[in-house]
Design a protein. Structure first.
Length: 74
């Protein structure tokens, strides 16, 4: 599953340095927002024909990785 993360790119000169899908100007957050409003993967792919199913998996996996961090209690 880690190789799917290769689909996520970060370029400081593109989209304010936010993570994007395969160098396109489609941000990971754009994909997550579409899932959040209730669109299915099929609907997202229909709305954004430049995306592939693995791009959606990569966005979800990237988000899960970013949220899974330990909280240290002092």
């Amino acid at each position: 599953m880690l190789n799917v993360l290769e689909r996520i790119t970060v370029n400081p000169k593109q989209c304010g340095g936010r993570p994007c899908i395969r160098g396109m100007r489609i941000r990971v957050s754009d994909v997550l927002d579409l899932f959040a409003v209730g669109l299915s993967a099929e609907q997202i792919l229909e709305e954004m024909p430049d995306l592939e199913a693995d791009d959606l998996k990569a966005a979800l996996f990237y988000a899960a990785r970013k949220l899974d961090h330990p909280v240290l209690v002092a």
